[in-house]
Design a protein around this ligand. Structure first.
Ligand code: HSE
Length: 307
């Protein structure tokens, strides 16, 4: 195989209580990429459509993640990459992660899978370092493994895939403003109180237990963020109203998707997820803010080969 076309899923990171450690991949929204083996060494981005992003290898997350991959291989050639973005940069649903993971996953397929999924996570994290200043793995891990993932440890890197109930749907609304992850990280406090820590890790455990046991109510009760949401929600217009509307319409819980401004909810069944979406939309229609909305099943496979 010389060329591969892939679907790179959008992802929700943090999932309220799990800042930098929890994430989930979505099915209904993602980018496409075409990656081609070439004899010339290095990575060249030959096409980038859908978003205004740099194409220079060292300024593009797919380029940087791809170089991290190449450095560890014996392969003497290089790769050309075409990127077709559907995920907006600065939306909070893992735009940079989609590009970073798509590049390294596709290259790995083209070379006959020399690396494990965990190793691909490490390469893709270099793209996140470029995008946000921090090599967080909570978007790239679910994009590569599929489903929900927990980054149990960064050093050494330890990623735990987590199963989820079959009727779980995500509804994500993206008010049309851009929030750079690097900016929304700068406003966070670097210390937390023991009291907040106790509440937060109780919810992380509860969420993971709920996902393992198909306990929708426990999942809902655990979607609480005592640490990051109170600070970051001020950057998101209408956040509290959207959250109340979503819960009122039957969402299990609601929070900021990644570093925002997108807001996510989980619901049981597609009908509820659609109804929740209507309630969230109404808030932005009433305050006159443009939005995009996605209702999605959980993506259990991660990146997909579209060849
Ligand atoms: N955990 C990261 C953050 C995710 O919240 O900054 C960014 O998408």
């Amino acid at each position: 195989m010389e060329t591969i076309k892939v679907f790179c899923p959008a992802t929700i990171a943090n999932i309220s209580c799990g800042f930098d450690v929890l994430g989930v991949a979505l099915d209904a929204v993602g980018d496409e990429m075409i990656v081609r083996k070439v004899s010339q060494k290095g990575i060249t981005i030959t096409k980038l459509e859908g978003q205004d992003l740099p194409m220079e290898t060292l300024k593009n997350v797919a380029g940087v993640a791809g170089l991290a991959f190449l450095e560890e291989t014996e392969y003497k050639g290089g790769f050309e990459i075409e990127i077709y973005k559907n995920i907006k940069a600065g939306s909070g649903i893992g735009s940079s992660a989609a590009s970073s993971t798509g590049a390294v996953w596709a290259m790995n397929e083209l070379l006959g899978k020399p690396f494990s999924t965990l190793e691909l996570v490490k390469f893709a994290m270099e793209g996140e370092r470029l995008a946000s200043g921090v090599a967080h793995a909570d978007n790239v891990a679910p994009a590569l493994f599929g489903g929900f993932t927990l980054v149990r440890s960064y050093d050494p890197l330890d990623v735990i895939p987590i199963p989820s109930p079959s009727e779980l749907y995500a509804t994500v609304i993206h008010p049309q403003i851009e929030v750079k992850t690097s900016d929304s990280r700068k406003i966070l406090k670097t210390n937390i109180t023991l009291a907040d820590g106790i509440k937060q890790w109780g919810n992380v455990g509860g969420l993971v237990a709920g996902l393992f046991t198909d306990d929708y109510d426990l999942i809902g009760r655990s979607l609480v963020d005592h640490i990051v949401e109170p600070i970051r929600s001020i950057l998101i217009p209408g956040f509290n109203e959207v959250k109340s509307a979503a819960i009122g319409a039957g969402a299990l819980g609601c929070g900021i998707s990644g570093s925002g401004p997108s807001i996510f909810t989980f619901g049981k069944g597609e009908t509820t997820a659609q109804k929740v979406g209507e309630a969230m939309k109404e808030v932005y229609q009433n305050i006159g803010i443009d939005y995009e909305i996605h209702v999605s099943k959980i993506n259990h496979t991660g990146i997909k080969n579209l060849n």
